[in-house]
Write a protein that binds this ligand. Structure first.
Ligand code: ADP
Length: 518
């Protein structure tokens, strides 16, 4: 068994924690086999339609966070490869942007069909490199594909305008034209959907793209790019580079050929990219960190509130920017909610995402676990109580027990910052005003959730919350037809929906004058 693994992965990490997980390793091998047989295990970058290694031959390893196994090695690219990717996107722009909307639409639709055709392999790849349970991975493939389908349709709806002129011999026209070459930098928590949510509208508008996926999860991006080529997206319209993130980022930022940067990731990196875009005045869209409040009022339906907050908190083991980060519970319902919530959390199964029934996979890496530990220790040292979990899981690796911490307050890290892990902090509050004040007491402003049976309260609190997305009696709110994005330091711009197209379009005004003789 071990021998086969050695041959299969090229390298096998033999740590004690890995040995602990050894009984799981047959499934990852079978999964990898299936992906390889489908032709979707791509391990090179994509520049100008060609699969290439890094110019200096350097590589980085991609690991399965559930086992520590090395799944594959991919090129560690930098400035040179990125410059070539930009050139290829730039030269392809002139032809891609001139196709009719119907032609671009058709090609995107082909891509969507291929993603759906290969959804099982893509889901396996996501689980292998990212760790999320296979059911969630399949959900991500459908979600990710939906952006390609939606934007293939929106490609045909890029309308301009005719404005009544203030002078009779003029005609005023408004055209919408693609921005140009787009640099897209994406995170590891949604290895497919964060790419399609950017690349879908960019290609639909006539832009061409250089994508830099996370180095933790490049394989899904490469497989999706292969399907894009198969779908007929021309060589050079979609390029993928990965490796030295700051170097690739700087090259994209400095290039005058790149006209737009779109990014999903940490607020710290987002700020750097915004700053770096200033020198060439690029258009910028940023989807950054959140600190989502989930407010449960006394008048909430307790079952709906438990189900919704559980989904909002523990999806992807708490590793999404819209995950409920603070569960604010009104005093009258606090004890009852806490009891029911803990019971629901106890029912969650932690394990390798490939194992049926798993609802909580590992965290992405050791640093993520250490951050969670730091936040929990900080809370308990300031008077909070761990009422469930609170430790690394006995499975080892980066598994962490689904955790509930009660009596969290404004002084604790769990309140102030995004924990990005499976820890649910319960924060008691007295009045609606208190809840709104606590909810808005942060620089973040991405998602917020409210649980209440009152329609007036739903309206008033939704309007008072300084957030870009609000879920009322619902914990899962993202989809392709709705605008996704934050306010305050959670970002700029919107993704998905008809608004998502605007991010890749410039408005051009044409004044036709001297029409007297016509
Ligand atoms: P996270 O903490 O969720 O990994 P990051 O913001 O570090 O978030 O990463 C999101 C994406 O940004 C990844 O693709 C990562 O490689 C990339 N990245 C990180 N640092 C830089 C940088 N200095 N310039 C450009 N991209 C970067």
């Amino acid at each position: 068994m071990a021998m086969r693994r050695v041959a299969f992965h090229g390298r096998h990490l033999l740590s004690s924690s890995h040995l602990f997980c050894r009984h799981m390793s047959t499934e990852p091998m079978a999964a990898l086999d299936r992906i390889r047989n489908s032709g979707l295990l791509k391990t090179q970058g994509l520049v100008g339609g060609k699969w290439i290694d890094s110019y200096d031959g350097k590589k980085i390893e991609v690991q399965n966070p559930a086992t520590g196994d090395v799944i594959a090695s991919v090129p560690c690219m930098g400035s040179k490869e990125t410059t070539d990717a930009i050139s290829s996107a730039y030269s392809t722009y002139s032809s891609w942007s001139k196709l009719t909307a119907a032609e671009r639409s058709k090609t995107l639709r082909n891509w969507y069909d291929l993603i759906i055709k290969h959804k099982d392999e893509l889901a396996l790849l996501i689980t292998l490199e990212q760790g999320k349970p296979i059911k969630e991975a399949l959900g991500e493939v459908n979600y990710g594909a939906s952006f390609i389908e939606f934007f293939s349709e929106e490609a045909k709806r890029i309308y301009g305008d005719i404005i009544p002129a203030p002078l009779s011999d003029r005609r005023l026209l408004v055209l919408k034209q693609p921005v140009g070459v787009v640099g897209a930098i994406t995170p590891w928590n949604f290895p497919l959907a964060m790419i399609t949510r950017k690349v879908g509208p960019a290609l639909a508008c006539g832009c061409t793209v250089v994508v830099k996926p996370s180095e933790f999860t490049p394989l899904t991006a490469l497989a999706a790019a292969d399907l894009a080529l198969q779908a007929g997206i021309p060589p050079g319209a979609l390029n993928i580079v990965m490796g030295n993130a700051p170097e690739i980022g700087d090259t994209l930022l400095k290039s005058t050929q790149v006209r737009k940067i779109t990014f999903t990731g940490s607020t710290a990196v987002g700020k750097k990219l915004m700053e770096g875009s200033a020198s060439t005045v690029k258009k910028v869209s940023l989807e950054l960190g959140g600190n989502a409040p989930c407010i449960v009022f006394d008048d909430a339906d307790i079952d709906v509130a438990v189900k919704g907050s559980l989904a909002a908190k523990f999806r992807n083991s708490g590793q999404t920017c819209v995950c409920a980060n603070r569960i604010l519970v009104q005093e009258g319902i606090y004890e009852e909610f806490a009891k029911a919530f803990v019971k629901a959390v106890q029912g969650m199964q932690v394990g390798n995402g490939l194992v049926e029934g798993t609802s909580q996979g590992p965290l992405i890496n050791e640093a993520a676990v250490q951050k969670v530990e730091k936040f929990v220790n900080d809370a308990t040292s300031k008077g909070a109580n761990v009422i469930l979990g609170g430790r690394r899981h006995s499975l080892g690796m980066t598994f962490y027990e689904p955790t509930v911490v009660s009596n969290v307050n404004r002084d604790m890290l769990l309140f102030k910052d995004e924990v990005f892990g499976p820890v649910a902090p319960l924060v008691p509050f007295k009045t609606e005003e208190d809840a709104i004040s606590m909810a808005n007491d942060t620089n973040a402003g991405l998602a917020a959730y409210i649980f209440t049976k009152s329609i007036p309260r739903s309206w008033c609190v939704s309007e008072a919350l300084e957030y870009g997305l609000i879920g009322v009696n619902e914990g899962i709110i993202s989809n392709e037809v709705a605008p996704f994005g934050g306010v305050k330091q959670s970002g700029l711009g919107r993704e998905g929906s008809k608004y998502g197209m605007d991010e890749y379009l410039e408005v051009k005004y044409v004044c036709m004058g001297n029409l007297k003789g016509t």
